[in-house]
Each structure stands twice: as structure tokens, then as C-alpha cells.
Design a protein around this ligand. Structure first.
Ligand SMILES: C[S@@+](CC[C@H](N)C(=O)[O-])C[C@H]1O[C@@H](n2cnc3c(N)ncnc32)[C@H](O)[C@@H]1O
Length: 441
């Protein structure tokens, strides 16, 4: 096996030089594999026997490995997985972004590789014989893999699975697409994707969901085409987590104080899935940016304020921009609940895939810093636009190395150099990687 592909498959060549992507094979290994798909330029296969194993091969912790599409790298030692992801980002910055001189990466931010996921979506299906399937999508397929437990899920969510299964088996109506389980610091919520109009949920099923929520102390939500409504009767449906900012990033004069930024969110909001890495990522962002009370910061793709509100404990003025109005409103409410904010903070809704007239929004004097945290598609429009605001630094948080590399190339063409970067182990055991990259004018 020559190497691992970007999505974590072994790459080999046959006698004719045709590339073969082999699921379950690692770099340097000899394996026997079965061809699954023959394509014009490459073949796809999966391992049937490992003849000579890599030193980095480990026993997968999950019994569903190989069938479940969630974790592709359970068979790779965790340290080797982090190094693989780091070198993949490096290679993409070279090849896609055409950045020739990269700084050495900062140490990767890592936490425990299991039990980290605080939000999961489980598909729900009933087979023709009436058997319930509750689980994740199979690898490269729309089929579901039935799971009893998932080792990367937070234990507070795993313990709910057996009773959820029993509940689903008692329901009268089976028009359910999926369930999402979401853990805040002190509470758990479940949202049930109901495939019909909310009025057509049978009253007895509603009662069963409510009773299950009360028994397990879980706020139950229904999601239909109109949005989310709480089914549980309890007053407080909110989810929340705290981010602690270390004292020296806030105020050099108060070394022994740290501040807690409390953020509320809803079941429909984007959530950084790994609480430990999220906490460390925010601290690292504050540390790298080293802002002062004179600075103005533009936080694009801000969600409900995950970076914006910690930033507003340091910078004089922070403007958060987000496309989803509900999240903008949540961000405003989060800001209103904080008494420790130092700077002025404002939030606005805008589609960041379109050019925005920043000058008209009171930013005609430019900004000191821009933070970008886009979805996987990246921030192609904004990296070409925000440079007109002349920021001295741009911090890019990315969940897709290819679009980060493309956007890094666009920033380089406008005179911004990559001065610092590092990966964050947000999604251990999977092929996904999160990266932080700092560009300076
Ligand atoms: C990776 S999340 C980051 C959210 C936030 N910074 C955080 O740390 O939780 C990306 C965010 O971009 C928002 N988004 C996606 N497409 C957008 C668009 N075209 N315009 C504005 N916001 C968008 C999503 O709603 C989501 O909140």
C-alpha cells in the first residue's frame, strides 16, 4: 500500500498502473482485497485479509467498524491518525493552495478519542418483517447499520439507546426519519424528525414521548417541515455549555482570574460536536490573535456566538455575522445574558455566499481582525471581500482541508501570509479534520 488517501483508504496500483482505493488498508501494508467497484480511472476494493500489517494497525474498538460509515480510521493508532491528518492538511495547502513555504504546524489539539460526540443523528427504519433499525448510515450506502452502542458518542447519550429502542417499538405511527441526541453541559435533548404534519402525530405517541422524556430527564422536541416544537411539558427546554477563558488572554493584570462564558443553544443550531476540543480551540484562537481593547473584530459564520462572545471579552468591538436568523437571535440573547463583556458586540444576519457591503455597515474604517469559521464549502466569496477591510490578521477555522487550501491560495494572492497553523482533533476515529490557520497582512 503506497499511502492513505485523503478520506482514509489505502492506495495501491495494479500491474497496469491503475489506482485502487482499498477500504480498511493502511499505508505500507500488504493485503488481499476484493474489488467492489470498477471505474474507468480507478477501482474500489475492501480488505479481506491483512498479509503484512502496519505497525500503526490497532484493533478497532467498535464492533460495527467496516460496516458503519461513521468512523473510517478505527484501525489506525490514534497518534498515527493525528499525524496522517496533519500531513494531509500540509499537502493540500501545498497542492491546492500553492503555498510553497509553510510554517511548522503547532502541536495538534487532542483529547480522548472516544466518548466525545455530544450531538448525533440516528436514522430510524422499520424493515418489512417489522424489525426496527436504529443507527448510522453504512459506509458508501444509504442503508442503516443497527447499533446498540457507539464508542465515540458521549456516555450520557449512549445510555439512552436501549430505552429509546423500546419506546420506538411501542409507537403506533412510524413516520419518523431520524432522531438527534444533543448534550449540553447539564441537560440532554432529543429531537424527533416527524415526516408528516405535526397535527398528525397520534396523541398516544405524543404521550409516550413525553413520558419517556420525563423518565430520562430529556427535553423532547418534534421537528417537521415547519420547524421545531417542544413536546415535553417542562418549562426549561434550553441547552447550554460554558467556555472558560484563561485569565491572561483577558487581562494581563489579573493573572489568577478566569472567566466563564455561558452559551445557550437550541436543538436546530449548529454545535461544535466535541466539547473538550471546542474549549481548547477558543482558547487557542484568543491566544494566537492576542487582541486588545482597541481592536475591532469581524466574526463571520458566527452561529450563536461560540467565538464571538469570548472574543468580546478581549476586543473593543466585535461584529458577528450568521446566515440563520434563529441563531442570530440566540447569539443576541446570549450576549444580553453576559455581564462580563468588555467590548461592544453586535450580531447581524447575512448570506455570506454573496458579497456584503461592509462599508455600509459602519465598517468604512476597516477592521483589525477577521475570524472565518465557514461550513465545508469554505468562504470563497468572503476571503476575496474582507481583505478590502484591510485586517492585519485573518483567523480561519476550517472543517475541510481542501476548501481551506483553496481559500488560503486566494488570501496569499492578496498579500496575506500563512504565519501559523495546526490541526484540532475534533473528530477522532473519523477521516474528518479541523484546522486553525492564521494569516497576516
Ligand atoms: C462551522 S459552523 C460555525 C459556527 C460557529 N462559529 C461555531 O463555532 O459554533 C458554520 C456556520 O455558518 C453558517 N452558515 C452556513 N452557510 C452560511 C451562509 N451562506 N451565510 C452565512 N452563514 C452561513 C451556519 O449556519 C453555521 O452556523
Amino acid at each position: 500500500m503506497e499511502r492513505l488517501s485523503h478520506e482514509g483508504r489505502g492506495v495501491a496500483r495494479d500491474e497496469q498502473g491503475k489506482t485502487c482505493f482499498i477500504e480498511g488498508a493502511l499505508s505500507g501494508e500488504w493485503v488481499i482485497a476484493t474489488t467492489q467497484k470498477t471505474r474507468k480511472r480507478y477501482n474500489e476494493a475492501s480488505v479481506t485479509e491483512v498479509v503484512s500489517a502496519s505497525q500503526d494497525r490497532v484493533a478497532p474498538v467498535c464492533e460495527h467498524f467496516g460496516r458503519c460509515g461513521g468512523c473510517r480510521l478505527q484501525h489506525l493508532d490514534h497518534h498515527a491518525e493525528v499525524l496522517f491528518k496533519q500531513s494531509r492538511v500540509q499537502e493540500q495547502l501545498h497542492h491546492i493552495g500553492h503555498l510553497s513555504h509553510l510554517p511548522e504546524p503547532d502541536a495538534a489539539l487532542c483529547e480522548a478519542p472516544e466518548g466525545y460526540r455530544r450531538k448525533v443523528r440516528l436514522g430510524v427504519k422499520w424493515r418489512r418483517d417489522g424489525r426496527l433499525i436504529l443507527g448510522f448510515r453504512a459506509a458508501q450506502s444509504a442503508q442503516l447499520v443497527d447499533i446498540e452502542q457507539c464508542p465515540i458518542m458521549e456516555s450520557r447519550l449512549n445510555v439512552l439507546l436501549p430505552s429509546l429502542r423500546r419506546l420506538l417499538e411501542t409507537l403506533e405511527s412510524r413516520h419518523i426519519g431520524h432522531l438527534e441526541l444533543i448534550a449540553g453541559d447539564h441537560s440532554v435533548a432529543l429531537s424527533m424528525r416527524w415526516l408528516r404534519d405535526r397535527k398528525r402525530l397520534p396523541a398516544r405517541d405524543q404521550q409516550r414521548w413525553i413520558a419517556w422524556g420525563e423518565d430520562h430527564n430529556v427535553a423532547v422536541w418534534l421537528q417537521d417541515d415547519q420547524g421545531f416544537i417542544p413536546l415535553s411539558s417542562s418549562e426549561d427546554q434550553s441547552l447550554q455549555y460554558d467556555v472558560t477563558i484563561s485569565s491572561h488572554t483577558v487581562d494581563a493584570a489579573h493573572q489568577d482570574e478566569s472567566q466563564v462564558v455561558s452559551l445557550s443553544f437550541g436543538p436546530e443550531d449548529f454545535l461544535q460536536v466535541n466539547a473538550g476540543i471546542n474549549q481548547r480551540m477558543i482558547r487557542q484562537a484568543l491566544d494566537w490573535l492576542s487582541l486588545s481593547a482597541d481592536d475591532t473584530v469581524l466574526d463571520l459564520f458566527c452561529g450563536f456566538g461560540n467565538f464571538t462572545l469570548p472574543l468580546a471579552h478581549v476586543a473593543g468591538r466585535v461584529i458577528g455575522v450568521e446566515g440563520i436568523v434563529v441563531q442570530v437571535e440566540r447569539a443576541r440573547a446570549n450576549a444580553a445574558n453576559l455581564t462580563t463583556l468588555k467590548g461592544e458586540v453586535t450580531f447581524m444576519a447575512a448570506d455570506l455566499n454573496q458579497p456584503v457591503n461592509w462599508g455600509k455597515l459602519g465598517l468604512e474604517d476597516g477592521v483589525d481582525c477577521v475570524l472565518l469559521d465557514p461550513p465545508r464549502a469554505g468562504a470563497e466569496v468572503q476571503v476575496q471581500q474582507v481583505t478590502q477591510l484591510n485586517p492585519r490578521q485573518i483567523l480561519y477555522i476550517s472543517c475541510d482541508a481542501a476548501t481551506l487550501a483553496r481559500d488560503a491560495g486566494l488570501l496569499a494572492a492578496q498579500g496575506y501570509s500563512l504565519v501559523r497553523w495546526g490541526i484540532m482533533d475534533m473528530f477522532p476515529r473519523t477521516a474528518h479534520v479541523e484546522t486553525m490557520a492564521l494569516f497576516q497582512r
